[in-house]
Each structure stands twice: as C-alpha cells, then as structure tokens.
Write a protein that binds this ligand. Structure first.
Ligand SMILES: *Cc1c(COP(=O)(O)O)cnc(C)c1O
Length: 397
C-alpha cells in the first residue's frame, strides 16, 4: 500500500462537499433544464429531424454570435470537424502535422484520415497545451525551407503543413507565440477547440485565432447535441469549402443529384441541432456554475500540501470544462492510488489521456522531447465537474 495520506485526504474533501449518498458522482453529466424538450418536440411534430431543417441554420448562427467567428459549419462530431478542418487547410497525404502528444486520440486520428503523419510535440506546464517556445527551439533545429517556400522536416523529408494546438480541459493555449511561429514557418493554425467553448484568450474566443477550428458537442462536453461538432473559420471561402465537403459535395439544384467530388456525409442532423440551440442558451449559466465549482475546489484544496487545483493560465478566461488536481511532484503510483481511492468511494476521477506517443499506432511517429507531457501524465487527475455540482456547495454554506 502507498503510505502517502493524500488519497484519503482527497476523498474526505470530496465527501465534505459532494454528496454521493444516492449515486456515484460522475465526471461530467449533461444538464437539460432549458428548451430541450420544446425544440426537439417541434422537430418531431414538423417531421424535420434529419439533414434539412431550420435548427441547423439557427445553431450555426447562434454559435457564430457566441464565439465571434464569421462562419460556422455544424457537423456530426468533433472528430469529423477536425478531419474537414485539416482537408480545408490543405493538409496533403505524407505531410506532417504538428500535434500535442497530450490530447484525445481524435486529434491524431484526424491527421491520419488525411493520409498525413502526426508529429508529436510537447506541452507547457502552465497551460497543459502546446509549448510555443519549446516548439520554436525545435523547429529551428528540424525545419528547412525548400524551393516551394514551405518548410520541411530535414530528418524525414516531409512537408510540415499545419499545427493543431488543443485547449486542454478548456484552458487556452498560449496562442500569441504560436501564431508567430505559424507565420514564420508557414504553418496553417488549426485549433482543436473541442473542449474550450466559452474559453477566451486575451478576451477573444478560442477557436477564432487559428485559420480554422473544430468544436465538439459530445455528451461529456460543456454543451451537448448528443453527438456533434462545428467548424469555425473567418475565411468565407474556407467555410464554403467546409460546407461542400461535409454535404457530399452536392451542387445545389431543385432536383438533380450532382456531386462534383468524393466528399463526406458529415452534416449535423436537425434533431441534434435543436438540442444544441437549447443547450447554447444555457451556456452562460453553465460557465458561471463551472467557475464557482472551480473556485470552491481551489479553496478546499488550498491547505493540502503536495497537491493543487489546475487554474486558468495568465491572460485567459477558461470555461473550466474539466477540473483537475495536480500533484506537486509527478508520481504515477500516487496518482494511481488517488484514482483507486476516489473511484472506489463513489467519486469518478480519471487520469489524462494516455499520451499519443505511448499508443501502439502512434508510438513510432516523429516526436520531440516529451518530458512535460510525461510529467503531466503522472501528476494530473480530472475530478467531478458537472455544473450542477455547485449546488451541493451552496447547501453546505
Ligand atoms: C471531444 C474531443 C474531440 C472530438 O470528439 P467527438 O467525440 O468526435 O466530438 C476532439 N479533440 C478533443 C481534444 C476532444 O476532447
């Protein structure tokens, strides 16, 4: 047994503030307290449930208004959004795309769908996302410009075409440094903003810094459409292209079925969009509840040595999608005994994703030094983060 008392301390803090008497406390549950039933009933009553219907257009408009993105294309899930973002960004087979090793597997898979190769890069300790200055040093070493004006990996001879920062648990990446690098090395900036709806970097919504970005509305995200995603871009031509590629490349016509290239059936159904419209109306409430929940965790864990709560990085407003504890000293055994104790006591907690460089299909991918990724893997634990949990605190106080 691990002698450290931290696992017990974590459980007793959870017991003090989260009620798990009737059922286990989950990591993140969706909340349906708004117009969900009303909008979905309307879809069923009118028969507009599938690929055509007013809620898809409305959801896209509402997302554009909320994020400040000029164009939004709603799609079936976040992975599909990433796939299309990369295609629209011009990622070609055999290109290398720089992605953090610390991410959900969808980021790497989307690169693979394009026939390209994920090139794994390290993250920063404060943001948990791509470390721009470390990447800058690395590119100085490996990137060489060729006749075509583009940069290539001198070790593999492959073109470096894009970089995909991911805003881990909703915390914004340090985007300014990264944008400078993209400029310098002619990389397309594709933001994986799947986790960061409602998160801002220097006052501007995440997903609006890159050339194009992907959102996700999976069941565990801050708002859900059941399954769903969206593509954000300021570039109208790219938005048109994204829409075309996600709707089987059909040429609009009153009755003819003409498709001008092999494309995808990735359009978000109206039924899911209806759910999304109702959820988006409640996003400001969820954001408020999540900030309060995070603040409570920070307060309760502040006196416990050896552990802290992950907080939003400088210059950022995080949506605090998933709260996380972090051990001062990375220690995979201690991490595991905290996971054991908390899950065994009815409080769902989870480690970070297994980094991409440790997965069978990506372990041979080109990669830089990934020491911070490994430190984070052995020190960070996600803890219950449903927005409604904040109510149990208020009962107590
Ligand atoms: C959720 C998520 C996605 C997309 O997931 P879908 O389930 O396909 O909507 C992509 N990247 C990250 C980092 C995610 O967390």
């Amino acid at each position: 047994m691990y002698s450290n008392d931290l696992p017990n301390q974590v459980v007793s803090i959870f017991r003090g503030i989260l009620s798990n008497e009737t059922q286990n406390v989950s990591l993140h549950e969706p909340t349906f307290k708004g117009n969900e039933w009303k909008y979905i009933k309307e879809c069923l009553d009118t028969g507009w449930v599938s690929s055509v219907g007013a809620y898809v257009d409305r959801f896209e408009r509402d997302l554009a208004a909320f994020t400040g993105s000029a164009n939004v294309v709603a799609v079936v899930n976040g992975t599909a959004a990433l796939h299309i973002c990369l295609l629209v960004a011009g990622v070609q087979p055999e290109d290398e795309v720089l992605i953090p090793s610390l991410t959900f597997v969808a980021t790497a898979n989307a690169v693979t769908y394009c026939g390209a190769i994920p090139h794994l890069i390290d993250v920063a300790g404060d943001t948990l996302g791509v470390d721009a200055s470390k990447l800058g040093e690395y590119l100085k070493e490996i990137a060489v410009i060729q006749q075509d004006g583009r940069f290539y990996n001198k070790n593999t001879g492959r073109r470096l075409s894009a970089v995909v920062p991911m805003h881990t648990f909703g915390h914004p990446v340090e985007l300014e440094g990264l944008m400078e690098l993209c400029e310098k090395y002619r990389l397309v900036l594709v933001e994986d903003a799947a986790e960061s709806l409602g998160s801002y970097y220097k006052g501007k919504h995440t997903g609006t810094f890159g050339h194009i970005a992907a959102l996700s509305f999976n069941g565990n995200k801050i708002i859900t459409t059941g399954g769903g995603g969206a593509i954000l871009t300021a570039n109208q031509e790219w938005a048109r292209r994204a829409k075309h590629l996600t709707t089987t490349a059909k040429i609009p016509h009153r009755w003819l079925f003409i498709h001008d290239e092999t494309a995808y059936n990735y359009r978000l159904p109206n039924l899911n969009a209806a759910l999304g419209c109702a959820q988006l109306e409640q996003l400001p409430l969820f954001l408020d509840q999540k900030r309060k929940l995070a603040a409570q965790y920070v307060q309760k864990f502040s006196g416990i040595p050896g552990i802290s709560v992950v907080q939003e990085p400088a210059h950022s407003t995080s949506n605090y999608w998933l709260n996380a504890l972090r051990l001062d000293a990375p220690d995979i055994n201690l991490r595991d005994s905290i996971l054991e104790r908390t899950n065994g006591s009815g409080f769902m907690t989870r480690p970070t994703w297994t980094p991409m460089h440790k997965l069978e299909m990506y372990k041979a991918s080109p990669q830089m030094d990934l020491s911070m990724t490994e430190k984070i893997e052995s020190s960070v634990i996600n803890i219950p983060s449903s927005p409604t949990l904040v109510n149990s605190f208020y009962k107590e106080e």
